[in-house]
Design a protein around this ligand. Structure first.
Ligand SMILES: NC(=O)c1ccc[n+]([C@@H]2O[C@H](COP(=O)([O-])OP(=O)(O)OC[C@H]3O[C@@H](n4cnc5c(N)ncnc54)[C@H](O)[C@@H]3O)[C@@H](O)[C@H]2O)c1
Length: 302
């Protein structure tokens, strides 16, 4: 008996790379998978039926999957994708928002289109499928059904700590972390958890960087071999987050990098100063230096 037996999942951008790894892993544990992929280049040009590559592998291994070729950043397309899961398999349980592109350059060289397209695929491409999935789950919840639902989003080290040359991508990936926190609050009462993983792997995306390792596809690594750059190193974590076992885990940002799984602990209150009257900017600097940034000896004050 698989931990995801009977579950219906969508994995976006699952024709290649990390998404393919997730789709194979979910199917291996019993989920029926809608494999979405627009079939673009790594910078988001063109379209094709790359989703079928992953569907064929899942079916070849005895699993159930169907291809979807919609653009996750297209609101209507995202709706068709969720409708396809419901029409084909009866409902949706798990949504893995993974599709992505990159168009890197320092901000002074970055075209407006490079900003807009990367924001669209990652940020709207996470929001739009989540919105259609949320409508599906809300309808089921209002009809009195008890169930579990899952959204698993994809962030990146760039979005959590910044990366030179990725002002578009880092902005989108930080936004996805913020969206995760908010959706986790909005959906939990329905039984839906929302978490976010930050993977790392030798995929087409990292292949664009100078000195990058050779691109690996998830099905190329034998099951009994551990390769830290395998696109599926984060997939077991995704499968667990997708399962009913993880019901008490929501609103978490978790990186899975090579041999490590790391809980990311983000923004929280740090050093704090208070006042009873309006701050005076001519004096504020010294107080900030002393009491917030600790750049002056604590005893040195006005
Ligand atoms: N590779 C890494 O080290 C790494 C690190 C952190 C985060 N990520 C994230 O992991 C995710 C997967 O990236 P990857 O490295 O596997 O790259 P990849 O290029 O191998 O896979 C991305 C897939 O998304 C598809 N896609 C692109 N635009 C789409 C759209 N609008 N609609 C539907 N599908 C679309 C592409 O066709 C492609 O198959 C991305 O969100 C990426 O930002 C990757």
């Amino acid at each position: 008996m698989g931990m995801l037996d009977g579950k219906v999942a969508i994995v976006t951008g699952a024709g290649h790379g990390i998404g393919r790894g997730h789709a194979l892993e979910l199917a291996k544990h019993g989920a029926k998978v809608v494999v979405n992929d627009l079939g673009t280049t790594v910078s988001g040009e063109g379209h094709g039926k790359d989703a079928d590559l992953t569907v064929d592998i899942i079916e070849g291994r005895g699993g159930e999957a169907v291809g979807n070729y919609d653009n996750v950043a297209d609101y209507e397309g995202a709706g068709r994708m969720v409708a396809q899961a419901v029409d084909t398999y009866g409902r949706l349980d798990i949504l893995v928002n993974n599709a992505g592109i990159v168009r890197d350059s320092a901000i002074w060289n970055m075209d407006e289109a490079d900003f807009d397209s990367v924001i669209a695929v990652h940020l709207k491409g996470t929001w739009a499928p989540s919105k259609h999935a949320a409508i599906h789950w809300r309808e089921r919840s209002k009809s009195g059904e008890t169930f579990t639902g899952r959204i698993i989003n994809t962030t990146s080290g760039a979005g959590l700590t910044g990366n030179f040359g990725q002002s578009n991508y880092a902005t989108a990936k930080a936004g996805i972390a913020g969206m995760t926190l908010t959706l986790s609050l909005e959906l939990y009462k329905m039984g839906v958890t929302v978490n976010c993983v930050g993977p790392a792997a030798a995929t087409r995306i990292t292949g664009t960087m100078p000195g990058a390792p050779k691109v690996i596809e998830a099905d190329e690594v034998p099951e009994d071999e551990f390769n830290p750059m395998d696109p599926s190193t984060s997939s077991p974590l995704v499968a667990w987050l997708a399962s009913d076992e993880s019901q008490l885990v929501t609103g978490q940002i978790i990186r899975a990098v090579g041999e490590r799984i790391i809980l990311m602990e983000g923004w929280r209150d740090g050093a704090t100063i208070t006042t009873k009257k309006r701050w005076d900017p001519t004096k504020l600097g010294q107080q900030l230096a002393t009491d917030v940034f600790g750049t002056r000896a604590p005893g040195l004050r006005y």
